[in-house]
Design a protein around this ligand. Structure first.
Ligand code: SAH
Length: 277
């Protein structure tokens, strides 16, 4: 790990033992205080989208959603967490897109969720912030991303209810503390549906819900997932539209685990490449 990018590292006042080189990179912020406020366009987009989703969020929830975004934008220049960095677009494409699942999660009675491949925290972090119990595990295979996620959960006061792990879904699915244990697995922009079924269903309890963020057209991807669904005990996928302006082509794909998951799944990435679905 490069010292100059360690969160919370002391900000030097002049050349240290390493000379000026050590001062070239600002330490990444670990607190929201002192970060730029979000522009009005962000708040207006978020408000309009929440209204379209029929959601009214308490002020504390709203502040945490905003603080996540402020930290995301502050870290993005250094570690490339999102290609979308215009604040109103972040409100729509990241925050509202994530929160579109709230009604489904409430209807499912979900009290905790696993976000598989959370990246900058979407969709798991806004959902964990908005759900009353604030219980989630955000995993990502990339350590620099989980370093960001851990910084955010600490800064928002969400730990330990919202935990972060630098782990691959394949490894988690072999761990008896996680295999077959989760009521909900969410994933956005991680893998084609067939592969998500293989990664996500082994982590779900029977009756649990896999929720995948996708866009139309989806026919070919759904067709390619049929064999994986059959092999891993997945029920028929159900598609839910997203009511937010600008997200008309988005769909939430709901898959319930209805059957047993054979012990050999998920296969490791090399085996999946050799024998794709
Ligand atoms: N869900 C976020 C990030 C999408 S990028 C969003 O929608 O913005 C995909 C992320 O999944 C990457 O950060 C990558 O590191 C992670 N990832 C891919 N395969 C994974 C696996 N098998 N286990 C855990 N994380 C994985």
């Amino acid at each position: 790990m490069r010292r100059t990018t360690t969160p919370g590292a002391a900000r030097g006042n002049g050349p240290g033992p390493e000379g000026w080189r050590s001062g070239l990179r600002e330490p990444l912020p670990t607190r929201v205080e002192g970060l730029p406020a979000l522009p009005a366009a962000y708040g207006e987009t978020l408000d309009a989208g929440l209204e379209a989703l029929g959601e009214t969020l308490p002020p504390g929830v709203r502040t945490r959603l905003d603080d996540h975004v402020r930290l995301l934008l502050a870290w993005n220049a250094a570690i490339n967490l999102t290609a979308i960095d215009e604040p109103a677009a972040v409100a729509r494409e990241h925050v509202l897109d994530s929160l579109a699942a709230l009604p489904l999660l409430r209807a499912a009675g979900a009290d905790r969720l696993l976000d598989l491949g959370s990246g900058g925290g979407f969709p798991g972090l806004p959902l964990a912030v908005a759900l009353p119990a604030h219980r989630a595990l955000l995993i990502d295979s990339t350590a620099k991303k989980t370093r960001f996620l851990a910084t955010v959960t600490a800064a928002l006061g969400l730990d330990p209810g919202v935990a972060v792990a630098a782990a691959r879904a394949e490894a988690l699915a072999r761990d008896p503390r996680h295999r077959g244990r989760w009521p909900v697995v969410v994933a956005r922009a991680v893998a084609p549906l067939a592969e998500l079924v293989e990664l996500g269903l082994p982590l779900l309890a029977r009756g649990g819900l896999l929720l995948a963020w996708k866009r139309v057209p989806l026919e070919a991807e759904l067709a390619r997932a049929v064999a994986a669904l059959r092999a891993l005990g997945g029920g028929p996928p159900q598609l839910e539209p997203v009511a937010v302006a600008g997200l008309e082509d988005h769909r939430l794909v709901r898959i319930v685990r209805v059957g047993p998951v054979p012990a050999g799944f998920p296969r490791d990435p090399a085996a999946r490449r050799r024998r794709p679905w």
